[in-house]
Design a protein around this ligand. Structure first.
Ligand code: GUN
Ligand code: FE
Length: 427
């Protein structure tokens, strides 16, 4: 049976990075969870339909977080005093090793999912840990929540402490088991192949993961060119390959199926060209890059080269799950490039940042992140009445909410047309 829902409010979305589409007091007609049309005046045909009235509230697309480690949630806002490799060894690997215990992992994952719900994230790409059972629990949690997610069991079989290191065989077997179990279970929650990064994977593991990605047509996520020492290490490990991304590419993990690469702070022109050719999405994680002291991603270069872009919170390198705050950090970092280039490299505009957070990142999940026809109705209802003054334009209201608003202003969240209540966790 077909279901039609009509929402009324102050609508903002982007169809292109250049400008907002703004409809004050407008209507969104949603049929079977997908946008059918957006109107300034509701046509007569709908005169007997019930309307969900969000007058004076903002209706915007949900936030998409394209890179996040659910397993690092307990370290949010801590342990910021080391750069990437020592940070992993001294803080992150010991914490992730605790996820062998599924009682512990359920507790942390339960808190994590409530937090991202609270912050207005409606779809997310996640790293779990190497542990199969707790990774599968994380998938179940997302299925129960109604939020959208790609969930990756992390793969690592070398250059890591024994308490968190897999064998080649178990890493591949566990990954395949999870793919088989969950690839068709849910339209919103799916597995994703997740080599941690090149240094923690043997060539055999990378080869096996590339084969699995093609065999089951499963997407891939990893880290790329995040930190200078890490890049030098990859060069030592694979001296014959031209650049970092070339390693993933050699093993069919670089766009052979849909692929997310987080950071790309130091990607060479060649690496960027291959991302373009292979339709690999770059995920900008400015909060993490600042906290872990990794570097600054030159986002304008990626936009100029038409590379697909999304934002990532990268918890717990990043210290906030809010993609709104991530937008602000991205704009601020882009202003450093602007200032340092004698204003030659233009900084991110508000519609550009908003586009990346919504339609740009959303494209990894299908038709997600806009209110154009046939897009999934993923939306946030924002009550900005205590932020807003009578003479503000709709665009100014949105800007102010992004900069100084928070979860208290988010009234409701929708995914694929369904109202999503606060996740309960699993028993
Ligand atoms: N590179 C490999 N693992 C990680 C991680 O957990 N966080 C970040 N920021 N970079 C990584
Ligand atoms: Fe990361």
């Amino acid at each position: 049976m077909s279901s039609t829902k009509i929402f009324k409010g102050d609508i903002v979305f982007t169809t292109t990075p250049e400008r907002f589409t703004l409809i004050e007091n407008g209507f969104i007609v949603v049929v079977n969870g997908k946008v059918d049309n957006v109107y300034t005046v509701l046509p007569e045909t709908y005169k007997n339909f019930q309307i969900t009235d969000y007058s004076n509230k903002l209706i915007i697309p949900g936030m998409n977080d394209l890179h996040c480690h659910a397993s690092q949630f307990k370290h949010l806002g801590m342990a910021m005093d080391k750069e990437l490799i020592p940070w992993l060894n001294d803080y992150t690997f010991p914490e992730e090793s605790r996820f062998k215990d599924t009682e512990y992992s359920k507790r942390i994952y339960g808190k994590f999912i409530k937090e991202i719900w609270k912050q207005g994230t409606t779809r997310i790409a996640l790293f779990a840990t190497v542990h199969k059972n707790s990774s599968m629990d994380l998938i179940e949690l997302f299925i129960n929540s109604g939020l959208g997610a790609f969930v990756g069991k992390v793969n690592m079989d070398t250059n890591c402490p024994p308490y968190i290191c897999e064998t080649l065989e178990s890493s591949l077997e566990d990954t395949e088991e999870m793919i088989i179990k969950y690839k068709d279970r849910s339209s919103l929650v799916k597995p994703i192949i997740t080599p941690r990064f090149v240094p923690s994977c043997s060539s055999e593991l990378l080869k096996g993961l590339g084969e699995l990605s093609i065999k089951y047509n499963v997407p891939v996520q990893s880290h790329l060119s995040e930190n200078r020492n890490e890049i030098a290490w990859v060069k030592e490990l694979f001296p014959a390959l031209k650049y970092y991304g070339d390693v993933y590419n050699k093993f069919n993990l670089f766009g052979q199926t849909p692929t997310l690469m987080a950071h790309c702070s130091f990607s060479s022109d060649e690496e960027i060209a291959l991302m373009k050719e292979n339709n690999v999405m770059a995920v900008h994680c400015p909060s993490s890059n600042l906290n872990v002291g990794s570097g600054m991603m030159p986002i304008r270069k990626f936009l100029d080269n038409n590379i697909r872009l999304g934002f990532g919170s990268d918890i717990s390198g990043g210290h906030t799950c809010s993609i709104f705050k991530t937008m602000v950090y991205a704009i601020q970092v882009s202003k450093l490039f602007w200032a340092n280039s004698n204003k030659e490299i233009s900084f991110l505009s508000n519609p550009e940042a908003f586009y990346i957070a919504t339609k740009g990142g959303g494209s990894f999940f299908g038709k997600v992140g806009s209110f154009e026809k046939d897009y999934e109705f993923d939306a946030l209802i924002i009550d900005d009445s205590n932020l807003n003054y009578a003479n503000y334009t709709l665009e100014q209201r949105l800007e102010r909410f992004i900069y100084v608003g928070d979860d208290r202003h988010i009234l409701h969240r929708y995914v694929s047309g369904n109202l999503i209540e606060e996740p309960k966790g699993i028993a």
